[in-house]
Each structure stands twice: as structure tokens, then as C-alpha cells.
Design a protein around this ligand. Structure first.
Ligand code: CAA
Length: 281
């Protein structure tokens, strides 16, 4: 099926980034969110990012033209006009299961339904539809306009055809596509989250200060951000959620979340988005 219009479900940080790179790649985008305030914020974020990229001559069309390819909507029927869906809603199992059930009922039978989940089983999400062969993981990295990777994940029933569609869309968006198994954390978070978790254990043990732990990894390993800074950037609540899934589903105590990480989440110190995490913003 020819794909002209892509629906991105959820206008949060990941959703608006995906909508932006999709529009930059020449797709018409339907960016759906139930909250109109979230859509307004998404529009402002995309505008700001496109302006930056335009100043650096990194856009192939004027920013205003790219922005006009995105329809910001809270009307569910708008979603039906798309030939490919990328779900980027809040990382909650019940919410995603319900969304996929509804999408399955609403969308044309041949539409591929991709999910940007960072940790929930693709096979389980697909089981809430009657088109499991057309459901796949399409995991973007934050900040989406800058990060080059998309991690593709096949559920147990994902067809070669649907997976190849996901790859084609990701590559058209300028991303490098890797394939990971439908196992807890896939590839990126299976490796990244234990490192971030270990940094919280180290901080709790006063191994070094937060700033020095981050400097160690930045200057010692050439990471763009230290692990604690990155936890604040991703959201400590998100990190805890993924660590809990790794621990539960892999069943190995080496994945147990650091009590300090849990304490930050209990305090509502989620990182940049709440103004306080390991650091204060
Ligand atoms: N749109 C457009 N441009 C952007 C941008 C955006 N959204 N975000 C950053 N930039 C640009 C900046 O304008 C800047 O451009 P110049 O160099 O031309 O000035 C450049 O990117 C670098 O940004 P900054 O100067 O603000 O800061 P920085 O050098 O520290 O880079 C960063 C910021 C790109 C985020 C970098 O720190 C980085 O790569 N950090 C690691 C990010 C990472 O690991 N992400 C993956 C997280 S894991 C995940 O997402 C998966 C999951 O499931 C949790």
C-alpha cells in the first residue's frame, strides 16, 4: 500500500518529534491527542525545532511548509485517513492495549500499526488486535529530530511485509534501522537502563558525587550526557518503569531497581519535566 499519510497517536515529547521527522520526510501527518493543550505545546515545540534546523540549513523545504503538513487534531475520525499508524501514547499497558483494540476496529484492514513502546511486549500489544501480523515495534530515541536510530521489533506474529514497511518508513525519515527481538527492553533499554540504574546505586553508595559520576562517563567514555543527567532527560519515572519490567520479566536480581531511583519517583522528582530530578532545573 502506498503511504502518503501517517497518523501519530500522542503529542507528547516522542509523538511530536516523530510527527516532525515524518513531515520532514514528506509525509502528511495526523498528530492526534485527546488533550488540546498538549497539541498546542507540540506545535510550539515542533516550530521551535524546525526554526533551529532551518537556520542551520538542515531542512529540504521551508519550515512553514513542513509545519503545514502536520494536522493537529483531537478528532478521532481524522485518524482514519492515514495508511500507517505510529502509536506514541503514555507508556501504560492498559492504555496501549485499549488503543490497539480501538485502532484495529477503526482502521482499514491493511494498515500497519506500529508502536513506539520502549518496554511493553509487542506480541502482547498485538494480541489485542485481530491483525497481529500487522503490528510491530518502531522505537524512536529522544530527542527524535536529532537521534539517528529506530529500533524495529517483530512480535511473534509480525509478517515480513509489515516489518519491511516499518523499516521503509523509518529509513525515509532518515533513521538507521536496527532489528531487535521482542524481549524486555529490546536492545537499547536492555543495555542503557542497567547502566543508568547502576549509576543510581553508585550515587547511593557515595561512590562519587552525581556531577562526578556524570563527568566520569562523559570524559572517560565520550558519552554526550552522563547517566544521571540522561535519567533526568529521559524521565526517572520512565527509567524505573523499564527497570521494573527488566527485573520482572528477566527474573534476575541483577536488574532490581535502585532504591534511590524509586525514592526519587516517590518524591515526584522525575527529572527535567518536573523541574527536579538528580539535578534541579
Ligand atoms: N530539534 C532541533 N535541534 C536540536 C534538538 C531538537 N529537538 N535538540 C537538540 N538540538 C540541537 C541543538 O540546537 C544543538 O545544535 P548546535 O550544535 O548546532 O548548536 C545540538 O542539537 C546539540 O544540542 P545542545 O547544544 O542543546 O546540547 P548537547 O550538545 O548536549 O546535545 C543532545 C543535546 C543531542 C540531547 C545530546 O546531549 C545527546 O545526544 N544526549 C544523549 C541523548 C540520548 O542518549 N538519547 C537516547 C535516550 S534513550 C531513549 O530515548 C529510549 C528510551 O526508550 C528511554
Amino acid at each position: 500500500m502506498k503511504i502518503d499519510t501517517i497518523c501519530v497517536l500522542g503529542a507528547g515529547n516522542m509523538g511530536n518529534g516523530i510527527a516532525q521527522v515524518g513531515a520532514c520526510a514528506g509525509y502528511n501527518i495526523i498528530l492526534f491527542d485527546i488533550a488540546s493543550l498538549q497539541l498546542e505545546k507540540a506545535k510550539a515545540t515542533i516550530q521551535k525545532s524546525l526554526t533551529k534546523l532551518e537556520e542551520k540549513k538542515k531542512l529540504s523545504a521551508p519550515a512553514s511548509q513542513i509545519l503545514s503538513a502536520i494536522k493537529f487534531t483531537s478528532t478521532l475520525t481524522d485518524v482514519k485517513t492515514s495508511q500507517f499508524v505510529i502509536e506514541a501514547a503514555t507508556e501504560r499497558r492498559d492504555l496501549k492495549f485499549k488503543l490497539f483494540k480501538d485502532l484495529d476496529e477503526m482502521m482499514a484492514k491493511d494498515v500497519v500499526l506500529a508502536t513506539n513502546t520502549s518496554s511493553i511486549s509487542i506480541t502482547e500489544i498485538a494480541s489485542h488486535t485481530r491483525r497481529a501480523e500487522k503490528v510491530a515495534g518502531m522505537h524512536f530515541m529522544n530527542p527524535v529530530p536529532i537521534m539517528l536510530l529506530v529500533e524495529g521489533i517483530r512480535g511473534l506474529a509480525t509478517s515480513d511485509e509489515a516489518f519491511s514497511t516499518v523499516r521503509t518508513v523509518a529509513e525515509k525519515m532518515g533513521k538507521t534501522f536496527i532489528e531487535a527481538k521482542d524481549a524486555p527492553g529490546f536492545a537499547v533499554n536492555r543495555i542503557l537502563m542497567p547502566m543508568i540504574n547502576e549509576a543510581f546505586f553508585a550515587l547511593n553508595e557515595n561512590l562519587a558525587s552525581a556531577k562526578d559520576i556524570d563527568q566520569a562517563m562523559k570524559l572517560g567514555c565520550n558519552f554526550p550526557m552522563g547517566p544521571l543527567e540522561l535519567a533526568d532527560f529521559v524521565g526517572i519515572d520512565v527509567c524505573l518503569f523499564v527497570c521494573e519490567i527488566l527485573h520482572r520479566d528477566l527474573g534476575d536480581s541483577k536488574y532490581r531497581p535502585s532504591p534511590l531511583m524509586r525514592k526519587y519517583v516517590e518524591a515526584g522528582w522525575f527529572g527535567r519535566k518536573t523541574g527536579r530530578g538528580v539535578y534541579t532545573y
